[in-house]
Design a protein around this ligand. Structure first.
Ligand code: TLP
Length: 358
């Protein structure tokens, strides 16, 4: 069966243009710095982010980890959101591999952390406390509905970091979605950050890879960390070639994913049994829940309906969705999702929920 896969934008396949570029890529040994295609991608990334240099890494997770380990010493502390990808989904790498302690500040529904909460989290100079070294922001914010952090907010956090002598890292896995949604250039949006990771392998459709960007000195040190983490690749220009096509051709079209997410959300919200989360979608992620009234309606039959059960039932209709809680779904639109696919998903939800609603 042909599946409509909305579990994530990480499932995106490379485009035909990417496959062609990969086949024809000129390559060299990147650990020697001799892969011309990787060098070109890194230069492009530096220009786009307005930073001095870029470093091609195998994944967003490694980009974030290398950034934290470059900014922090063992025993230092990083301030991050309690809903951030770095805290929730990176297997505790900063502590397990870097000995870096994390201080989790509550994320607000819009993906931000309150400035007063960040200020309060910065440690005083006291031998009992770790040294606060770094703040991490995430834009767009995955777990907070794909929410976009504004330029104004990012600047405020950047100011706070400067005042307290801290560094600021931005997990910009989906910074291009943020840039398109705000109509603000990536360079401007990430200006206040000392370093940024962005991903090529999500909505931009490249098969593998992210780029970590920062100052010349920062990237030089991050390169040693990448080597320690086993991320020094050799003729990986075949991967970077797809990344270049991604940057050249896949950014402007992201607006289509955002519009399709809106249409999908609008249609799904009309189905009894589903409740759209407030403000959703902000970008390419639709977050929704099973409606409050479902258990009451089902109480006579003793069925407890979970998002997981609904997702399992949707598979029979060729629809794959993300389950991110007992009653919560995440549906991510991307290049390979068409208007027809949206209709198919809506029809499938309707069919599945009709079966369980009286
Ligand atoms: N996110 C994945 C899962 O890990 C949850 C997804 O399906 O959305 N930062 C952010 C904000 C991310 O959403 C992700 C991936 C990463 C970093 C890590 O990127 P990779 O998967 O390349 O290590």
């Amino acid at each position: 069966m042909d599946f409509v896969d909305l579990r994530s934008d990480t499932v995106t396949q490379p485009t035909p243009a990417m496959r062609e570029a990969m086949a024809n890529a000129t390559v060299g040994d990147d650990v020697y710095g001799e892969d011309p295609t990787i060098n070109r991608l890194q230069e492009m990334a530096a220009v786009i982010t307005g930073k001095q240099a870029g470093l091609f890494v195998p994944s967003g997770t490694m980009g974030n980890l290398a950034a934290v380990l470059t900014h922090c010493n063992r025993g230092d502390e990083v301030i991050l959101g309690n809903m951030s990808h770095s805290f929730l989904y990176e297997a505790g790498g900063v502590s397990a591999l870097g000995g870096v302690h994390s201080c989790q500040v509550p994320n607000q529904p819009d993906g931000s952390m309150l400035l007063e909460d960040i200020r309060a989290a910065v440690r005083k100079d006291d031998i009992h406390a770790p040294v606060t070294r770094l703040i991490i922001l995430e834009n767009t914010h995955n777990r907070c509905g794909g929410a976009v952090l504004s330029l104004e907010y990012t600047r405020q956090v950047g100011q706070l970091a400067i005042q307290r002598g801290l560094s600021l890292h931005l997990d910009g896995a989906r910074i291009f979605n943020a840039s398109v949604a705000l109509g603000v250039s990536v360079a401007e949006l990430v200006g206040p950050a000392d370093s940024i990771t962005f991903c090529l392998s999500k909505a931009l459709c490249a098969p593998v890879g992210s780029v970590l960007c920062g100052s010349q000195d920062f990237i030089k040190r991050a390169k040693r960390l990448r080597k320690q983490l086993g991320g020094g690749m050799r003729q990986a220009g075949v991967l970077a070639a797809a990344g270049i096509v991604a940057l050249e051709t896949m950014v402007d079209r992201l607006v289509e994913d955002h519009l399709r997410a809106k249409r999908l959300a609008h249609q799904l919200a009309k189905i009894p049994g589903l409740t759209l989360e407030p403000g959703s979608p902000c970008t390419n992620m639709v977050y929704l829940k099973l409606a409050e009234d479902i258990p009451a309606q089902l109480s006579y039959s003793d069925i407890i309906l979970t998002a997981g059960q609904v997702a399992e039932n949707l598979i029979a209709y060729g629809v794959l969705v993300g389950v991110v809680g007992e009653r919560r779904f995440r549906l991510v639109t991307h290049y390979w999702i068409s208007d027809e696919d949206v209709n198919r998903v809506v029809a499938a939800f309707r069919q599945v929920l009709i079966k369980v609603l009286p």
